[in-house]
Design a protein around this ligand. Structure first.
Ligand SMILES: [Mn+2]
Length: 300
């Protein structure tokens, strides 16, 4: 079933809560061009929008509701070309949202779509920190004939000059290990092995401690979560991050020192027998959006 694009699509909002003056902008990007293992991420945004109809407006973890800031869902941005061309499109589209002083939440789609939005954010905030949740570093220089696919996207993101902080990594290629070992000055990571033995509070503290103050962009691949939470993704790697850690992390980012510029949740590959994945992503998307809207208010 194709969900009809409408301003209230995310969360199923009434017209009064999704008007032109909304501070939150949800942009669905059903893009899939370079996914390798199993396919279906193009259906991810639709599944999140549908599941979001069941998400409670009140977020008990952040003790607030995104609805109160206004949340407008844009028509899906559909693009069939290669990722480097999509980057040009998205840099402009997301740049417009940022220039309007609104908070973008992007729903993917495969991870290769991140480059353009992050370029737009870096252009406006040269000290941008990208906080990247993923099972994979996505730091290959080339993968399967392209330098812009989902396995390379963070390598290209590093070239924008931002600071990249990845966490939850647990499927690292030899090339990526060697690249990290050479200590690029804007690359920082915490692997799953470093984090998993810690208590939940210690995990959050370890992630937050490393982050510089200033503007943040959340680039979150849902395979960074444990596949017990989100089995519906292309490469469900065992040993992922737990719900408490990501929730508490979002709560702690809503502080005085760091504020959120934008966020993206990517790589959901919906399967009809696993609707729990869709719902977990919708719930997380709401929490990411809410954290962004709250930190925006703090900055103002
Ligand atoms: Mn991944």
């Amino acid at each position: 079933m194709i969900f009809p694009a409408s301003a209230g699509a995310f969360l199923g909002l009434d017209a009064a809560d999704c008007g032109e003056d909304s501070l939150g902008v949800v942009l669905p990007i059903p893009y899939e061009a370079t996914t390798t293992y199993r396919q279906g991420t193009a259906a991810g945004p639709e599944a999140i929008l549908q599941a979001s109809q069941q998400v409670e407006f009140y977020d008990e973890w952040l003790e607030d509701e995104a609805r109160a800031y206004g949340v407008r869902t844009m028509n899906p941005l559909r693009f069939a070309g290669p990722p480097q061309e999509l980057a040009v499109e998205l840099k402009q589209a997301v740049g417009q949202i940022l220039d309007a002083e609104k908070f973008p939440l992007l729903l993917g789609g495969e991870h290769s779509l991140s480059l353009g939005p992050i370029q737009a954010a870096v252009e406006r905030h040269p000290d941008l920190v990208v906080l990247h949740l993923d099972a994979h570093p996505d730091l290959r220089d080339q993968y399967e004939g392209t330098a812009y696919g989902h396995g390379c996207v963070m390598r290209r993101v590093l070239e924008t000059g931002c600071q990249l902080y990845s966490f939850g990594l647990r499927a690292i290629s030899p090339e990526e290990r060697d690249f990290y070992a050479a200590k690029p000055e804007n690359l920082h990571w915490l692997t799953a092995r470093q984090l998993l033995p810690l208590s939940a509070e210690e995990k959050v503290a370890a992630i937050v401690r490393g982050l510089p103050a200033g503007p943040l962009w959340l680039s979150w691949d849902c395979d960074g979560l444990d596949p017990a939470l989100v089995p519906s993704t292309g490469t469900p790697e065992p040993g992922g991050m737990d719900w408490y850690t990501v929730s508490e992390l979002l709560r702690q980012l809503d502080g005085q020192k760091r504020w959120l510029v934008g966020a993206e949740l990517l790589e959901l590959m919906p399967q009809s027998q696993h609707h729990a994945s869709d719902f977990a992503c919708a719930r997380l998307a709401h929490r990411m959006l809410l954290a962004g809207l709250r930190s925006r208010r703090r900055k103002a």
